[in-house]
Design a protein around this ligand. Structure first.
Ligand SMILES: [Zn+2]
Length: 352
């Protein structure tokens, strides 16, 4: 429905959050230079050009094994989309809001129905908006090993006074996909590793900009993930967490997810290789971007991380236009099945 057209968005183009600098890999550099010349004056908001770049950069694709195909099929993009629709219907869901509490009830119900053990960790954070109660939600699936693989998303939306922000892609898409990933993994029997599907509260800054109200040692963002990692340390569980896969803004109709450069290379490779096997090379191009997100507290704790995020060419980011019509079941399917089918490969690597 939504080809990115040269139309002017109603709001001003978003200022880049979280340093989404594009750093092309060397072999796409020449092509990128050509595109840059062609796009002279365009600030990079044209997703179709990024896609063209991705297609050109990734001609190689292997045939997936029958096992990979079967694992991928466990994920249902329509179900994921239905979760996002429900969240958007609930409305704007900033940290501490009644809407976020209702969202949490919905997510808990769905995760419990899928047979997962759901726990809520409630805590209070000092924010520029005052003290806020926040809740991280964790759905656990016990595996053969007590070692843990975390798959995560933030489920809050950025607070805006100026307009109604429902975050269909920013917070919604990844959360809906995560509920469905949890159901798909749980439905395949006892896994090799223990899985935690974690829904972070308070990823978004209360101030307008990501670092606008950050003081030394007290960022105004990633409240939930920082709290989670602190809890891991307190319980002596950090070493048990072997990998962390973060989803954030993965539902855009014109899907294109660059490699995020803070992310751990082998974990990125595991996912990008699987994407190629499943025929999704165009949506997982070899371009690069650098994004600050909920994966960084885990990285600081020396846990391998990967962040799947489409930020720099999603022009509805942090605008009233981040609505359900911008995302599609197909995009959710592509990311969801790629993540689910990557897990055996990641487990294999960790079991070495
Ligand atoms: Zn956001």
């Amino acid at each position: 429905m939504d080809q990115m057209s040269p139309e002017t968005p109603t709001a001003a183009p978003p200022t880049p959050r979280r340093v989404p600098t594009v750093a092309p890999s060397s072999y796409t550099l020449a092509l990128l230079l050509l595109l840059t010349l062609a796009l002279n004056g365009c600030n990079g908001n044209n997703a179709s050009n990024h896609n063209a770049q991705g297609n050109a950069a990734s001609s190689a694709s292997a045939t997936p094994s029958a096992a990979t195909q079967a694992t991928a099929k466990a994920f249902d993009g329509e179900r994921a989309f239905a979760h996002v629709r429900r969240m958007v219907e609930i409305g704007a869901r900033p940290a501490g809001s009644a809407e976020l509490a209702r969202t949490r009830e919905y997510l808990s119900g769905e995760l419990q129905a899928a047979g997962l053990n759901v726990t809520a960790d409630e805590f209070t954070e000092q924010t520029p908006g005052g003290a806020r109660r926040m809740v991280n939600l964790t759905a656990e699936l016990a595996g053969e090993s007590p070692d843990v693989i975390i798959v995560a998303s933030h489920y809050d939306t950025k607070p805006f006074k100026e307009f109604r922000f429902v975050g269909a892609n920013d917070g919604g898409s990844s959360t809906g996909a995560l509920v469905e990933i949890a159901r798909a993994v749980a439905g395949r029997g006892k896994p090799r590793f223990t899985y935690r599907f974690v829904f972070f509260d308070g990823e978004e800054a209360f101030c307008l900009e990501w670092e606008q109200c950050t003081n030394a040692g007290a960022p105004d963002n990633t409240y939930g993930s920082r709290h989670y990692v602190a809890q891991l340390a307190e319980r002596g569980e950090t070493k048990r967490v072997r990998a962390m896969i973060l989803l954030d803004m993965i539902g855009y109709t014109n899907l294109s997810i660059p490699r995020e450069t803070y992310s751990t290379p082998w974990l990125v490779d595991a996912i990008w290789t699987t994407a190629r096997e499943l025929g999704h090379a165009a949506q997982f191009p070899n371009t690069q971007q650098t994004v600050e997100d909920d994966h960084l507290p885990f990285l600081q704790a020396e846990i391998p991380v990967v962040d799947l995020i489409q930020l720099s060419d999603y022009s509805y980011w942090h605008t009233a236009g981040d609505t359900l019509d911008k995302i599609s079941p197909r995009s959710l399917q592509i990311v969801g099945e790629t993540v689910v089918a990557s897990l055996p490969r990641i487990e294999q690597r960790l079991a070495r």
